[in-house]
Design a protein around this ligand. Structure first.
Ligand SMILES: Nc1nc2c(ncn2[C@@H]2O[C@H](COP(=O)(O)OP(=O)(O)OP(=O)(O)O)[C@@H](O)[C@H]2O)c(=O)[nH]1
Length: 626
């Protein structure tokens, strides 16, 4: 009976009914016996309408009164009967009771959600004997519909469910008997929550905040510092320092004395200055701290050789411009001049100027590669007016310088370009390794720096390295380079380059050629072909044929110029490698014999080591005259 009644009550879904019954029963007892007897015989209609509920309830209530109290606990014992229900509902009931009692609903629901998913996989759980225990929990399941709608609001706590996954271990425990589960609903929520809230993690971040401030500092430096600094509202007549220390100083002063790295934070923690300013200091301190360490390192560096070299290099460029090329020329020709001077001194030591002396001097000058013609000029000049007199070495060198300058003067000409030709074609020829490609690079740099547009043609199709070398010069000077495959026809390349330079509107086209010995007839024939091909595009092309002459070559250079002049029509010379030769006198001999313009001299391998030829400077340098 009681069960049926209870079920009805639950079916109505009102627990309050039970309580009302209890109150009504109390007063009824005194009236029952007598009234009942009368009432049974007489009429039932009396205002029993009130007990309408009691009509059904009254009779059973007296005996069932004790039941209401245990009613709540009853569900658990009674439910074992429906236990056969699947284990699945079991989790649900666990959730339901839990949310009702405590505000902790969130954690409870969470386990339920994961459980349904886990169930299929954890099917073994239902197999476990604990099933009977979950059954009692199922009893509340019928109640679930009631609380469920009420608890629905609980979901708002859903944000917390995430920690639930951590609680998953709890569901894993369910395989254990119910006793374990019973405490779980109440406790699990609590123990699980603390781990989720994990106070330690909360405290840890503050520890990390220090480094964070450092990292943040550099960013706000530029932006926030400048912007925030002006923002603070200045008190009427007080300084900024007065405003800030007020609040923070008490709580934060302890931090500053931490570490050197925290040092920059000290003022901020003290409340001195404004935050952004401190942020800037922090970043600066971070960058500066290593600096002091580098300073001592610099001190060590000064001791090292590398630094000394750097210091020299830094100072070098300044004096270089004025003395560079001439000093290098003098240094380069110093071997020539010293040898020459020594020999001259040997001739004139304590000797008067006579025929033998003049002959010895002539031999010295010839050995210096100045050539017979120049040697005779010098001796003739010396003999005139000094014959039979004592002559000093310095006098001899001075006269030599004068005569050499006279020989070189006519050939020391500047390179002239006829820009009416578009482009002005410069063909560079010479023996292998005399400095053709290097001279082209130097010249291109000079022309480009002068505002002229230059196109380069890699006509040395015999050497891949030569092509690459010219491309490098092209990159350095910003000049386009026309090149072809290795072994290609040099004349064809020159033709193509000429056309491309025309199309590009270049002011100057400089064509490199393969080095060749003057005795290689086939190669010299190819050089002739190049000149012919260029002439097809412009009868006057090539407008300039430069021959590079290695100053270290000696007398063979005279023959080289002779051959190339005849084959390629050389009309200008560049004397290279004058920065290190004892045979610089050959230039005088070449000039005296061929009378070809000497446009430039090479005094080094660098781009700026191409200097216009100066007869006076060269003559003084080779004669050793200051
Ligand atoms: N010291 C010194 N070296 C130079 C000078 N001119 C060129 N050289 C060097 O001489 C070497 C040959 O120079 P290149 O320009 O390749 O000579 P090249 O005539 O083009 O040689 P090939 O392509 O073989 O015909 C390189 O190592 C240059 O650096 C100079 O004026 N002074």
């Amino acid at each position: 009976m009681a069960f049926g009644f209870i079920k009805k009550v639950f079916s109505f879904g009102k627990k309050e009914v039970i309580e009302e019954k209890i109150d009504e029963t109390a007063p009824l007892p005194p009236l029952n016996f007598e009234a009942l007897k009368d009432l049974k015989a007489e009429t039932q209609p009396p205002v029993e309408t009130k007990p309408v509920e009691g009509s059904d309830v009254l009779p059973p209530l007296p005996p069932e009164e004790p039941a209401p109290a245990p009613a709540e606990p009853e569900p658990t014992p009674e439910e074992p009967a429906p236990a056969p229900t699947p284990a699945i509902p079991a989790p649900a009931p666990v959730e339901i009771p839990a949310p009702a009692p405590g505000p902790v609903p969130a954690p409870r629901e969470i386990p339920t959600e994961p459980e349904p998913e886990v169930q299929p996989a954890e099917t073994p759980e239902p197999e476990a004997p604990p099933a009977p225990e979950p059954a009692p929990q199922e009893v509340p399941a019928p109640e679930a519909p009631e609380p469920a709608p009420v608890e629905i609001p609980v979901p708002p706590a859903v944000p917390e469910p995430e920690p639930a996954p951590e609680e998953v271990p709890a569901p894993s425990q369910p395989p254990e008997p119910a006793p374990v589960e019973v405490p779980e609903p109440a406790e699990p929520s609590e123990p699980e929550l603390p781990p989720a809230e994990v106070p330690p993690p909360v405290r840890q971040p503050p520890l990390e905040t220090r480094p964070v401030l450092r990292e943040i500092a550099p960013e706000p430096e530029a932006i926030e510092i400048s912007e925030v600094a002006p923002l603070p509202d200045l008190p009427s007549g007080k300084k900024e320092a007065d405003r800030l220390p007020a609040s923070p100083p008490s709580a934060l002063p302890e931090a500053p004395p931490s570490t050197s790295a925290d040092a920059p934070l000290a003022p901020l923690l003290r409340g001195e200055g404004h935050f952004p300013a401190d942020a800037a200091e922090i970043s600066i301190a971070a960058s500066v701290t290593p600096a002091p360490q580098t300073k001592p390192a610099e001190g060590k560096v000064t001791v090292s050789k590398a630094v000394e070299k750097k210091a020299e290099l830094q100072k070098a460029p300044e004096p270089a411009p004025k003395t560079t090329w001439f000093q290098r020329l003098r240094q380069g020709l110093s071997r020539s001049s010293k040898e020459l001077s020594s020999n001259i001194a040997g001739v004139f030591t304590k000797r008067k100027l006579d025929e033998d002396t003049l002959q010895d001097l002539e031999d010295v000058l010839i050995r210096a590669d100045l050539g017979m013609e120049t040697a005779i000029r010098i001796t003739d000049s010396l003999a005139s007016g000094r014959y039979g007199k004592d002559v000093s070495e310095s006098e001899v060198r001075a006269i030599m310088a004068q005569e050499v300058e006279k020989v070189l003067g006519p050939v020391a000409l500047p390179l002239e370009l006829d820009l009416s030709h578009k482009p002005h074609v410069i063909l560079v020829v010479g023996v292998n390794g005399t400095g053709k490609t290097t001279t082209i690079g130097k010249l291109a740099a000079k022309l480009v720096s002068g505002g002229l547009s230059v196109t380069l043609a890699a006509g040395d199709t015999f050497r891949a390295a030569a092509i690459e070398q010219l491309k490098i010069w092209g990159e350095r000077t910003g000049s386009p380079v026309v090149a072809s495959k290795l072994g290609a026809d040099a004349a064809g390349l020159a033709y193509d380059a000429f056309e491309k330079a025309k199309e590009a509107g270049s002011d100057v086209l400089i064509i490199d050629t393969a080095g060749r010995l003057q005795n290689r007839t086939e190669l010299m024939a190819e050089l002739e072909k190049i000149v012919r091909v260029l002439g097809k595009l412009d009868p006057e092309a090539p407008h300039t044929v430069l021959q590079t002459v290695d100053a270290t070559t000696g007398q063979n250079a005279l023959n080289q110029v002779e051959i190339f002049r005849n084959v390629a029509g050389v009309n200008g010379l560049v004397m290279t490698k004058l920065d290190g030769t004892a045979r610089g006198g050959i230039l005088v001999a070449i000039a005296a014999k061929h009378k070809l313009p000497v446009y430039f001299i090479g005094v080094g391998e660098q781009v700026d080591d191409l200097e216009p030829f100066s007869a006076s400077d060269f003559a003084k340098a080779i004669a050793g005259v200051a």
